[in-house]
Design a protein around this ligand. Structure first.
Ligand code: PLP
Length: 342
């Protein structure tokens, strides 16, 4: 692990916050220059989100020491670049078509991006990944289920990469809750270089409070804790997530509704003459290939329905990505598509 760290991070003397230095309960806190008048948010938040971690630990059956939270998964991914990749020198492997933020974050951090395009069936081109890595590769980012294609990575492909390559492998499982395929979470005990990223933004319905989760080795959690801003998850987000994670039955009901709607929407979309293909999806969206995606996109936009144009992404010519909405929203989409089809 030490070899994979950036030189400056190896030497980093982390900031020690007031709440790091005194973690027990006290009667009077005069250590953090806070406003002493209680309004519910006048104190700094817990830098290590202990309560929330206990809840997530219970839910996921993962030890608390193997959990790290970021201000959205986007922060987790950004911190991974900043921890392991030397700007202007190191490179990252990503597999387009995939979540566009990986490249943006690499560009912001001045990390070379090596793109290994997915196979035509959207599976990983493992041979190509193994052949393009070099001595400056530090990170491989995989997305499963993948955005925008909706398919999952074969676990055997992931294990093949983990067994052959000794870099940081980050698997972004933002959509895993929607999938009936197995998560790679159980592999973190076997591979200390593996980071599994999940999020409360999707199935748990908390995109607005920005909580991304990394499940990984304690070694990596400790390093990310040193690199992150001290109070990266604010008090309100910690409280709200803690409260909402208690209601697993609501989460399961919503997942159920989304699954039903996805099946319905898939069936309806396939009936359109201008739909060439609805790709199978393990996520809460459908990648749909139209005969004329630009036309459909523009028409839908004018009718007040916004979908995601992915037609410029490699292997996604004429494709729109459509999130599964409520029954009412999906019906509206179908009505508008019928108007356009004529
Ligand atoms: C694959 C993938 N990862 C991560 C994210 C962002 O997650 P978060 O809201 O936790 O930053 C998204 C958002 O669309 C996504 O599609």
């Amino acid at each position: 692990m030490e070899n994979l760290l950036r030189g400056n991070i190896k030497k980093l003397q982390a900031y020690s916050s007031a709440r790091d230095e005194f973690t027990k309960q006290a009667e009077v806190y005069l250590d953090a220059n806070e406003n002493p008048f209680n309004n519910g948010i006048n104190r700094y938040p817990d830098p290590y989100q202990n309560q929330l971690k206990e809840r997530v630990s219970d839910l996921k059956k993962i030890a608390k020491e193997k959990i790290f939270f970021g201000n959205g998964s986007d922060e987790v991914i950004d911190l991974t670049f900043r921890t392991f990749c030397e700007p202007g020198k190191d490179n990252v492997i990503i597999c387009p078509p995939t979540y566009a933020m990986y490249k943006v974050l690499a560009d912001i951090n001045n990390i070379e991006v090596k793109e290994v395009i997915l196979n035509n069936d959207f599976s990983l081109n493992t041979n190509r990944i193994i052949s393009v890595v070099n001595e400056n590769t530090k990170l491989i980012i995989l997305c499963s289920p993948n955005n925008p294609t909706g398919n999952s990575i074969n676990k055997s492909d992931l294990e093949l990469l983990l067994s052959k390559l000794n870099y940081i492998v980050l698997v972004d499982e933002a959509y895993i809750d929607f999938s009936d395929k197995e998560s790679a979470l159980d592999l973190i005990d076997k591979y200390p270089n593996l980071i599994i990223c999940q999020t409360l933004s999707k199935a748990w319905g908390m995109a607005g409070i920005r909580i991304g989760m990394a499940f990984t080795s304690t070694e990596i959690v400790e390093i990310l804790n040193k690199v992150k801003p001290p109070y990266n998850i604010n008090t309100l987000s910690q409280q709200k997530a803690f409260e909402k994670l208690r209601n697993k039955s609501l989460y399961l009901d919503i997942l159920n509704m989304i699954h039903t709607q996805k099946r319905l929407l898939t069936r309806k979309l396939k009936e359109f003459t201008n739909v060439e293909k609805v790709y199978p999806s393990d996520a809460n969206f459908l990648l749909v290939k139209f005969t004329n995606s630009k036309f459909v996109f523009e028409k839908l936009r004018k009718k007040g329905i916004i979908v995601r144009d992915r037609s410029k992404q490699v292997l996604c010519e004429n494709c729109l990505r459509i999130t599964v909405g409520t029954e009412k929203e999906n019906k509206k989409l179908i009505i508008k598509l019928k108007e356009i089809e004529k």
